[in-house]
Design a binder for this molecule. Structure first.
Ligand SMILES: C[S@@+](CC[C@H](N)C(=O)[O-])C[C@H]1O[C@@H](n2cnc3c(N)ncnc32)[C@H](O)[C@@H]1O
Ligand code: SF4
Length: 347
């Protein structure tokens, strides 16, 4: 279920990586590699209305709200190979709002899955929940706090209930409790998204949270949600807006050969930008992940993406997909392929 850090586990990962690259460069539609599960959405209920999030302000997400059931979560754990480390146990919504979050994480730990992580807005991080997180089998926890000042933070992470001071104090208490207990797990990350509003605070944010004992402090690149709605680009750093609006992606989208996202109701999506599940490729309530990964819908999407004619509403304007120049003779190195091409075109 989870390729571990033994030699055999590492070999399994390398073999999976090999077939992923092979499939990508050869434009395969049926793949020999297993998908990495980038995220399993525990819930899409949220208690903030963040301006950069489709589930935020304005709330443009139209799909139903719900929590992942124990039954579905257990089915998923039974059939997924966890190549992603961490596999995020959130997508949209606030994971600490899920009434059975810690029971489900416990279940995962009992099944030997030690790779789950969550990102939380830390508004509900009471001393009890801090203790539960520290005692849980979570591998990683990320606290998303976008700003070092009340003014900036509360403009971005909108709430009529929670204040900047409360959220910071919750996280500081969590970090100090973790230090007192001498725990190394979960790996604790503080994150700030790089936007016009936050860009002047990034360095101060890093210094401050390192001082309070975060293991890692990251400045997250801004996501424009595949340009599905114009409002998102307007929050990016001013100088980057024109490019985010206009440029097309240069290479096929690597996600289609690499990973999946699973919504709280079991639908499988190609990437985390598909906030409204407009491109469902299968449903784990009735199918296995392997059936979905090599099913007809995924095959058609990969074929169109390789052929440059993926016109789905989700992907047509996306310019933040990962990708590299296609080397049709992979695993031969690119320069060798180019040399051979030149040689054969002259002969
Ligand atoms: C949608 S949130 C859900 C989890 C949780 N409610 C939280 O705020 O961390 C998941 C992650 O997406 C990030 N995020 C939201 N909007 C983003 C954007 N436009 N660009 C980059 N990251 C974004 C958040 O910082 C968070 O780490
Ligand atoms: S092209 Fe963009 S929107 Fe489509 S699957 Fe790839 S990352 Fe997602």
């Amino acid at each position: 279920m989870f390729p571990d850090n033994t030699g055999f586990g590492m070999l399994q990962r390398s073999v999976n990586d090999f077939w992923r690259e092979y499939g990508y460069h050869h434009g395969s539609t049926v793949l020999r590699n297993h998908p990495e599960v980038f995220a399993i959405e525990s819930t899409n209920y949220c208690n903030l209305r963040c301006v950069m999030c489709p589930r935020g302000e304005p709330d443009i997400m139209e799909r139903d709200l719900g929590n992942m059931s124990d039954e579905l979560f257990q089915k998923i754990l039974g059939e997924v190979k966890f190549y992603s480390n961490p596999c995020w146990f959130h997508w949209f919504g606030e994971p600490l709002m899920h009434p059975r979050l810690f029971e489900q994480i416990d279940y995962a730990r009992a099944q030997g899955v030690s790779s789950l992580g969550i990102s939380s807005n830390a508004t509900l991080l009471t001393p009890e929940r801090s203790k539960a997180i520290l005692d849980s089998g979570l591998n990683t926890v990320m606290f998303a706090i976008d700003g070092t000042s009340k003014e900036v933070y509360e403009k971005i992470r909108i709430s009529s209930t929670f204040t900047f001071e409360e959220v910071c104090s919750n996280v500081k208490e969590f970090l100090s409790r973790r230090k007192q207990l001498g725990r190394k797990r979960p790996h604790t990350i503080l994150s700030i998204i790089v936007m016009e509003e936050t860009k002047s605070q990034i360095e101060a944010f890093k210094d401050e949270w390192k001082r309070y004992g975060a293991d890692e402090v990251i400045a997250k690149p801004y996501v424009n949600w595949a340009n599905q709605d114009d409002q998102f680009v307007d929050l990016a750093v001013t100088e980057s807006r024109e490019e985010l609006r206009q440029s097309a992606r240069k290479f096929p989208c690597g996600y289609l050969w690499k990973s999946v996202v699973i919504a709280w109701d079991g639908r499988v999506l190609p990437c985390c930008y598909d906030y409204d599940a407009t491109l469902p490729l299968g449903d784990l309530k009735s199918q296995t992940l392997q059936e979905v990964w090599n099913g007809e819908k995924y095959q058609r999407l990969r074929k169109n993406e390789s052929g440059g004619c993926n016109t789905t509403a989700l992907c047509r304007n996306c310019n933040q997909a990962p990708g590299t120049a296609i080397n049709p003779l992979w695993p031969l190195p690119g320069p060798v392929t180019n040399l051979l091409k030149r040689f054969t075109s002259h002969s």
